[in-house]
Write a protein that binds this ligand. Sequence first.
Ligand code: NAD
Ligand code: KPL
Length: 303
Amino acid sequence: MTWYILGAGSLGSLWAARLARAGQPVRLLLRDRQRLDAYRARGGITLVEDGRESLYPIPAETADQSGPIRRLLLASKAYDAETAAASVAARLQPGAELVLLQNGLGSQQAVARHLPRARCLYASSTEGAFRDGDFRVVFAGKGQTWLGDERQGPAPAWLEELHAAGIPVEWSTDILERLWRKLAMNCAINPLTVLHQCRNGELAGHAEEVSALCDELGKLLHACGYPQAAEQLHGEVERVIAATAANFSSMYQDVAQERRTEIAYLLGHACREGERLGLPLGRLHALHGRLREYLRQRGLPDA
Ligand code: NAD
Ligand code: KPL
């Protein structure tokens, strides 16, 4: 069955290139005619791996075509997911399977609410990729992608196809717990790297701030019903800070490149859930306020 890929950016292109290389049917869905023309002029997706470039002439079409879609990877940023999903909603067959590959939380549920006849699986990935040109993707870091079903349905048989294509996926029986854990890590690290304008490792010099945030994030995870996601959170945050000491966080890089951040689906989501549950999360709210102000001052969306 054909894999449709909506969101031919870093991760979408990485998946598409590996599926095509494995001989699996795959089609890109591009936003409009202009993007399709630009894609055709490039001749395909270029994947750069270990310094080697390969061109994959993957078929593409605009999202507003009429052919039925039964299997879709949606790999947009969280803030684009609802609009992107809406652009193909009329083409989705009853029971169509969607993989929603977005960081943070909130966008997946919004998409699933709008597509009640589809099966929406959520993904959480630690693979690393970035674009170094239009329709060019650099595979920057090996990792793992977990897939799961909030409604607890069975693992799909096509996971094997992904393995055969060299896409490292694993089924998770509690994908929300995984997404919450990653969200908490991102909330404890990324905003501080933006506000202190520093690499991850320099957060060792802001240990009290990190520790107080982990404490509140732990309380939030417990209150949300994910106690396992709260286990050893502070220790893992410290481990990640040390292991990625020389790196700039993804949010730092977004701000440095004047790109919109996914704040609303990370710290914003944590604060909203805390409010909904009536939890006093003073440090997280203060951090959210400072980050929003910082973004506004730079002319970037604060939500
Ligand atoms: P990206 O910005 O590189 O790609 C997103 C693509 O979606 C862009 O090409 C954009 O044009 C396209 N898009 C947006 N709206 C569209 C629409 N309506 N129709 C068609 N195309 C549309 O993003 P990415 O880095 O691949 O990240 C995707 C998600 O995965 C994000 O939530 C990100 O945080 C997460 N993530 C990324 C990485 C990484 O290394 N890149 C790692 C882990 C998680
Ligand atoms: O996932 C990350 C990111 O940069 O987005 C790290 C820094 C590893 C944890 O927040």
